[in-house]
Design a binder for this molecule. Structure first.
Ligand SMILES: *Cc1c(COP(=O)(O)O)cnc(C)c1O
Length: 391
């Protein structure tokens, strides 16, 4: 037998949910069903319900079962990218004229999607400071349908109160969505805190090895406009077609199996580096929720079971120092993205957040973001130290 149960612990579910051995050969790892279509035993006689891989593929089903189990949810849907997942959710939940409230430090690509793509189809939005509940309440309009929460936020690691935001959103009949990419379900469980929907860029911690792009929407039963939201999203996944390919689904499922241990190591390494940075003379400010100087530290300690692997820092030497620091690192490779086993350094104002320059989501030019990997912490600390010594 290889059945995972809802009562299993997180690490057990991450390894076993949806990952049944192959009944014909006994292969412990289910095969990658690299097939676009499925034979029918007579017209309409489907084996296992599969017809054509845009509509469904067993490797994708295995991943979707695993994704739902990670968040303790009933439904998981997997997509070709995090933004494709967000797009499907937005299309399913919104109609022209509707309004979205989102964080004023939301992931740049999310803002671009909501503002420019959905904006062109009549969706309005208001960016707001999600740590200020009164400001969030004031931003809610009669047509507001979604409150889009990202915590910790990117790149400034602001921590917002999921339970309080969920309660506020529900008071106004608003769907509360949490982008759980930065924390991952190993450290934060938004549905248990009252959120309606979780989205992920599985490209980051879930995949965990910087080798695959993907996204997910995870939710329980919730109605929107008299219909089940998961059914509307499933229809858009099928009808618009931004699905995960079988090999991508396999790589993501494989990554997820080690998520729990990886997040523990990411968190421990990041804490050591953030503590070191905090006492360094060249550093003006460190943004890491694990530090007790962080304004969201107590809240993060309550709603997360670890503080994660993402750190941002502001350098006293302004833009030249930030650029020099980012370009002087040896093990931290200069690249966009995050959440892989290897450490990365990013200069948000010109890399990940270039698309929000000149908007209220703009990132200051002295900020550098670190995605702390799971290498030996002594080597990572030495790298940070030598790069700071060059300023
Ligand atoms: C990367 C990222 C996304 C977008 O995901 P893609 O897989 O790149 O499409 C969304 N939200 C957050 C917080 C991200 O870091």
């Amino acid at each position: 037998m290889n059945q995972s149960a809802q009562s299993d612990g997180f690490a057990t579910r991450a390894i076993h949910a949806g990952q049944h051995f192959d009944p014909t050969t006994g292969a412990v790892i289910p095969p990658i069903y690299q097939s676009s279509t499925f034979v029918q035993d007579g017209i309409g006689g489907l084996r296992g319900g599969y017809e054509y891989s845009r509509g469904g593929n067993p490797t994708r089903t295995a991943l979707e079962t695993q994704l739902a189990a990670l968040e303790g949810a009933t439904h998981g849907l997997s997509f070709a990218s995090g933004l494709a997942a967000e797009d499907a959710l937005l299309r399913a939940a919104l109609a022209p004229g509707d309004h979205v409230v989102l964080g004023n430090d939301a992931y740049g690509g999310t803002y671009r999607l909501i503002n420019r793509i959905h904006g062109a189809w009549g969706i309005r939005n208001t960016p707001v400071d999600l740590t200020d509940l009164a400001a969030v309440e004031a931003a809610i309009e009669p047509d507001t349908k979604i409150l889009w929460v990202e915590t910790p936020s990117n790149p400034l690691m602001a921590v917002s109160d999921i339970a309080a935001l969920a309660e506020l959103g529900h008071r106004y009949g608003v769907l509360v969505v949490v982008d759980n990419t930065f924390a991952s379900p190993a450290l934060q469980q938004p549905l248990a805190l009252g959120a309606d929907v979780v989205v992920h860029s599985t490209t980051k911690y879930l995949g965990g090895h910087s080798d695959v792009i993907g996204g997910a929407v995870v939710l329980n039963d919730v109605q929107v406009g008299g219909e089940e939201l998961h059914e509307k999203i499933r229809f858009i996944q099928f009808a618009a077609g931004a699905v995960s390919a079988p090999m991508d689904a396999f790589l993501t499922a494989r990554g997820i199996k080690t998520l729990d241990v990886r997040m523990q190591r990411h968190s421990a390494n990041a804490y050591a580096i953030a503590s070191y940075l905090q006492q360094h003379a060249a550093v003006e400010r460190v943004y890491y929720p694990g530090l007790d100087t962080h304004p969201g530290h107590e809240l993060a300690a309550r709603q997360m079971s670890g503080f994660g692997g993402m750190i941002s820092l502001a350098l006293r030497g302004g833009e030249p120092a930030a650029r020099r620091f980012a370009e002087s690192m040896r093990l931290f490779q200069l690249a966009e993205s995050l959440g892989g086993v290897e450490s990365l350094v990013n200069y948000p104002s010109e890399m990940t957040h270039a698309s929000v320059r000149g908007t209220e989501l703009e990132v200051a030019p002295n900020i550098v973001r670190l995605s702390v990997g799971i290498e030996d912490v002594a080597d990572l600390l030495a790298d940070v130290e030598q790069a700071l010594a060059q300023l």
